[in-house]
Design a protein around this ligand. Structure first.
Ligand code: FE2
Length: 341
């Protein structure tokens, strides 16, 4: 709002209908914020909802439009496929290239004790997604980096998803990874580069479509406790765990990682799958390093001896862990947090 990003959109809407603004969505939106948004909509008797911003405002808009349209009680719809009611008409306008929330049926809400709960159900898929790259021009370096890495993780985890991977999600994930990996550093170094920004926004959207079909897994499962307990940006927490979880998955996901390596480095196609899979991890790690993010847990105020607690929290992300190419036990998770420290 302060940056004026919403001005043209507000004018366009206000020309034909009355507009009510709810602009109190924090990062990692809480249940209270969501219910306040729904209350504001109910009080104004709104007929439709526009979600505008990064993943947090879009997630709130999705679920608020559902609560308003269906009349369902929030605590009765957590989980996969539980929400089956009808929401209000919904438009989503992303202002970062990362979350892909404008493409997905998922809203993640932070509940009591920092636990993240999700509603994942088809009614949450928006009627329209507006990909307007001008909204992402000038986005700060750290935000571009963290959100871009998040989108890359969506593509990689969709491509290796243990349960619902399919030819469509594969095609979406591959094209997303191509767009994102070739444009991330340009978007970071040239914040006003419209071509790179467009490619990132489209890449993030395609990655969102990919993981709507073949859901994300271990990197996200281990990232969530870092966000919940330390309020770090979602994309950053994924970047912190990326290399370590991919390394853990290396044997189980070897052929898939080898496929993806060829997208990032076509020259590696003559190498064996083991070498290509290792190359993918190395290239993604290098991309994360070059994006300028500090990639150790210790850089972000996390203590080494928090690893057991983080591992315990990660085990609660069963909806994500089941999609990982191999098991991540609590002991594995602790070891991975310690490696990331
Ligand atoms: Fe994500």
């Amino acid at each position: 709002m302060r940056l004026g990003l919403t001005d043209a959109y507000r004018q366009a809407i206000a020309a034909t209908r009355e507009l009510v603004i709810f602009d109190a969505v924090e990062a990692d939106p809480s249940k209270e914020t969501l219910l306040a948004a729904a209350d504001a909509g109910r009080a104004a008797e709104v007929a439709s909802v526009v979600g505008f911003g990064g993943g947090s405002p879009m997630d709130v808009a999705k679920l608020a439009s559902y609560l308003l349209g269906s009349g369902d009680d929030l605590d009765s719809i957590w989980g996969v496929g539980v929400a089956t009611g009808k929401r209000l008409p919904l438009v989503l306008v992303p202002t970062t290239a990362g979350t892909g929330s404008e493409a997905t049926p998922i809203s993640v809400i932070t509940c009591q004790g920092g636990v993240k709960l999700a509603v994942n159900s088809p009614p949450l898929i928006a009627d329209w997604a507006v990909l307007d790259a001008t909204l992402t021009l000038g986005l700060p370096r750290s935000v571009t980096a963290a959100t871009g890495i998040d989108a890359i993780v969506h593509a990689v985890e969709a491509y290796t998803s243990a349960r619902l991977k399919n030819p469509l999600s594969d095609a979406l994930a591959r094209e997303a990874l191509r767009l994102l990996s070739t444009n991330l550093l340009t978007a970071i170094e040239q914040p006003a580069n419209a071509e790179a920004r467009s490619a990132m926004l489209l890449g993030a959207h395609l990655a969102g479509l990919a993981f709507s079909n073949a859901p994300v897994a271990g990197v996200h499962a281990l990232a969530y406790p870092l966000g919940g307990l330390h309020h770090l940006p979602h994309g950053l927490t994924n970047a912190l765990m990326l290399r370590h979880v991919l390394q853990h998955n290396l044997e189980a996901a070897r052929e898939h990682y080898a496929d993806l390596a060829e997208i990032i480095d076509p020259d590696c196609s003559r190498q064996g799958s083991q070498a290509r899979a290792a190359l993918l991890i190395e290239r993604l790690d290098r991309l994360a390093q070059e994006s300028g993010l500090a990639l150790r847990l210790r850089d972000h105020g996390i203590a080494f001896d928090e690893a057991p607690q983080l591992a315990k929290e990660a085990m609660k992300q069963t909806r994500l862990l089941v999609n990982n190419p191999c098991e991540i036990s609590e002991a594995d998770a602790q070891r991975l947090y310690e490696a990331a420290w």
